[in-house]
Every structure is written in structure tokens, then in C-alpha cells.
Design a protein around this ligand. Structure first.
Ligand SMILES: *[C@@H]1O[C@H](CO)[C@@H](O)[C@H](O)[C@H]1NC(C)=O
Ligand SMILES: *[C@@H]1O[C@H](CO)[C@@H](O)[C@H](O)[C@H]1NC(C)=O
Length: 401
């Protein structure tokens, strides 16, 4: 008898094959990279490279941004890591390359995933706003990000089969996107009612279109984060303080949280429509081969604001850590975080809002946990990529409660 019986060899070969599949993420659970789309809540360095913002300008390029983690400004709009950073940590993946920071020429640059999110980006294109006399902050919409994805797709693989294999083992995160659309609309004096009827449906359609594109390219796991509670944002609370501005009544506060109910209502409306779209997307891709999961960012943030102490935060969940103005919200547009006259709090980990617009690293961890908790329909246990299991393991890795 030879030391290697045919049976053993066959068994060993099968085991090696299994291991190889697992390592390559080709069908047994592990994701190999992340592709993300969105705005400043997800931008890890793209806006820095946008010529229209002065190329390298913007508060996030200056201290004290990055003071808690990275220990230098990286273009992230926070004192440290963003939710997407925690998600790749949780899944033990490399950080996806910010698309505009990469040279955009070689597959090697994008092999570990790509982050297409740009600070200031809207879901809807400039043409949508021009017709309404409104002006977006930057010339980037979800359509640009999707077009960049198509370019990356061509760069990554020459064969359709090869490309689809890469997409199938990747995690896609489409959003949060839409905050800037709402800011542009509200600052431009559209009423909340007008925004709900004439802007929300277009934003949800734009998100749905991007999800459809990535699925068409071979994506099998797409997480769609919803809208944050707009009415709890220090910037908007300060803007509408005293009843000023457009169609948002100033006296319309939730007595418990102090957040503005009309703006939170807009966010909840967005989320209802988005969840409906997610359900339809699942219906359009029946069976267990594609996971489309909705992530409840609204609840993640609203929970901290409602009971900050229970989640390890301090007693001022509606005040910016870094800013000026001293009022309840510590927000003054003229002395934005990093500008002359602004100061950062001593311990950002006790604040929800970093600069009145964006979250602290501590809050971003909670948001990442919400993304990793994103609900997938029960049938997905046989999906090629086991989203619920991978996400659950990742949650404990980054300390989600
Ligand atoms: C985004 O797309 C629009 C319209 O196609 C284009 O005008 C704009 O330059 C693009 N933005 C960037 C940063 O490429
Ligand atoms: C919005 O309304 C305020 C006052 O109600 C006005 O000062 C401001 O110019 C308006 N903004 C736009 C973009 O129309």
C-alpha cells in the first residue's frame, strides 16, 4: 500500500479546493473587497482631488480632522474612522482605494476595492437642480460614481466571466446618499412637503438604478443604508433656530430628543420609500443568489441621541464637538470646525456630531454596526456569499453591542 491512497489524495484535493474557494471568496462566505458609493459620510479621500473644490481644499483636509485616528487629516469628515473603515476592519479587508486618489489606470490600484463616495455629492445630477433654480455643492452625483464603477469594471478584468467572479465575491455599499440633495433643496427654500413629493422619488430611483447596475455587473451582496435623522443634525438645528428659513417651522421640536420633527419626518419618508425599493429589487432578483439588504442608519443615530448615556456618549448629543457659537448646538457656519474661532471638544468620543454636519468616530462605529446588522430576507442562507454570517462575525470584531 502506498502512503497516499487514491482516496486520501482525492480527499486532500477536495479539501484544498474548498480552502482555495474560501480564501478567494468564491462561494463560501468571505468577502474579498468592498465597493462603496455615497457622500462625505463615506468619502475617504475623493473630495480632496476634486478640482472644483479647489483641489485639496475643504475642512476635512485640515486639523483637527483625523485627530483621534490616523492622527492626520485624510479627507475623512470626522475626527477618525468612518463607518466604511469600521466595516472593512470588521470583515478583515483592505481599505478600498478612493477612486479619485488612485491614478485610475491599473487593476492593481483597484484590486482591493474602490470607494467612489465624494463629499458633497448628491444622488441627483446637476440638471435636476438647474431646472429648479438650485445649485449642488459639487459637480458629482450618483451617476458619476456609477460611471466610474463601469470604468473600474473594465480595468479589473478583460473577460466577462472574470469580472463577474470578482463582483460576486465583493460587498457593495450603496449609500448613505441623499443628505446633500435635501440640504440643497431646503436651503433653496423648498418646503419639506415639496421635497417629499418632488425630490424623494427621484433620489430613491437614482439609488435603485445604481443597485441594478452593480447587480447586472455580477454583484451578489448589496447593502443599502438609509437616511440619517436630519432633524437631529446640529447644522440644521442651528440654521432653523428661531423659526428662520424656508419651509421648516422653527417651533417644531420633539420634546424628548430636541430634534426637529418635520426634518426627521422627511428622513423617515425617504427610508419608507427606500425600503419599498429594496423590497422591489429583491422581487426582481428572486431566489437566493442576490442579497439586497437595507441598513437602518436612522435608528442607529436616533438611539444614541435619545439615550446617549446608555451608549457611552455624553449629555449633549445635539451639539457639535468641533465648532463655535457656544449655543446649544455649538455650530456657526462662519466658524466651521478647523476655521479660525472654532475649537474641538476635549473628548470627541462623548459626542455624536463631530463638526455639526458629520459624525464622530464613536458615532461612526455605531453606524457601522447598523450596516453590519442590515437585514437580509431569511431565504438568503443559501446565497453564494453568506452576508448575515459574515456580518455577524464582523460585528463582534469591532465591538458592536
Ligand atoms: C459628473 O457628470 C457630469 C455630467 O455627465 C459632468 O458634467 C461632470 O464633470 C462629472 N463630474 C466629474 C467630477 O467627473
Ligand atoms: C430663502 O428664504 C430666505 C428668507 O425666507 C431668503 O433670505 C433667502 O434668500 C431664500 N433663499 C433662496 C435660495 O431663495
Amino acid at each position: 500500500m502506498t502512503p497516499f491512497s487514491p482516496h486520501l489524495v482525492a480527499a486532500a484535493a477536495a479539501l484544498l479546493g474548498l480552502l482555495a474557494t474560501a480564501v478567494a471568496g468564491g462561494g463560501t462566505g468571505a468577502y474579498t473587497r468592498v465597493f462603496s458609493f455615497g457622500d462625505s459620510l463615506t468619502d475617504t479621500g475623493n473630495a480632496l482631488h476634486l478640482p472644483s473644490t479647489g483641489g485639496g481644499g475643504g475642512p476635512a483636509s485640515r486639523p483637527p480632522y483625523g485627530e483621534t485616528f490616523f492622527r492626520r487629516p485624510t479627507g475623512r469628515a470626522s475626527d477618525g474612522r468612518l463607518a466604511v473603515d469600521f466595516i472593512v476592519e470588521a470583515l478583515r479587508l483592505r481599505h478600498p482605494a478612493p477612486y479619485l486618489a488612485a491614478g485610475g489606470e491599473t487593476a492593481a490600484e483597484f484590486r482591493h476595492g474602490v470607494n467612489f463616495a465624494v463629499g458633497g455629492s448628491t444622488a441627483l445630477p446637476p440638471e435636476f437642480y438647474e431646472g429648479r433654480g438650485l445649485k449642488p455643492f459639487v459637480p458629482v452625483s450618483l451617476a458619476n460614481q456609477t460611471a466610474w464603477f463601469d470604468k473600474v469594471l473594465q480595468i479589473l478584468g478583460s473577460s466577462d466571466h472574470g469580472r463577474r467572479k470578482i463582483m460576486a465575491s465583493s460587498l457593495f455599499i450603496v449609500g448613505e446618499i441623499g443628505v446633500n440633495d435635501y440640504l440643497v433643496s431646503l436651503v433653496g427654500n423648498l418646503t419639506v412637503g415639496e421635497v417629499e413629493t418632488s425630490v424623494v422619488p427621484h433620489i430613491v430611483a437614482a439609488i435603485r438604478s445604481t443597485v441594478n447596475e452593480v447587480i447586472a455587473a455580477g454583484a451578489t451582496t448589496v447593502v443599502v443604508p438609509g437616511m440619517i435623522p436630519l432633524g437631529c443634525e446640529p447644522q440644521l438645528l442651528a440654521l432653523y433656530q428661531g423659526g428662520g428659513g424656508g419651509g421648516v417651522a422653527g417651533d417644531d421640536y420633539d420634546p424628548e430628543s430636541g430634534c426637529m420633527t418635520r426634518l426627521n419626518g422627511l428622513a423617515e419618508h425617504h427610508n419608507r420609500e427606500l425600503r419599498r425599493a429594496v423590497a422591489e429589487l429583491r422581487g426582481a432578483h428572486p431566489g437566493a443568489s442576490v442579497v439586497v439588504a437595507y441598513a437602518d442608519l436612522y435608528r442607529a443615530v436616533a438611539d444614541i441621541v435619545a439615550s446617549p448615556g446608555r451608549h457611552g456618549f455624553g449629555g449633549a448629543p445635539l451639539a457639535a464637538c468641533c465648532g463655535a457659537g457656544a449655543g446649544a448646538y455649538n455650530f456657526d457656519m462662519a466658524a466651521f470646525c478647523g476655521a479660525a474661532g472654532s475649537t474641538a471638544c476635549a473628548d470627541p468620543s462623548t459626542y455624536v456630531s463631530w463638526d455639526g454636519v458629520h459624525f464622530t468616530e464613536a458615532a461612526n462605529r455605531h453606524i457601522a454596526c447598523a450596516v453590519l446588522e442590515a437585514g437580509a430576507p431569511p431565504a438568503v442562507s443559501t446565497a453564494p456569499m453568506t452576508w448575515p454570517a459574515a456580518a455577524e462575525a464582523g460585528r463582534s470584531r469591532i465591538g458592536c453591542s
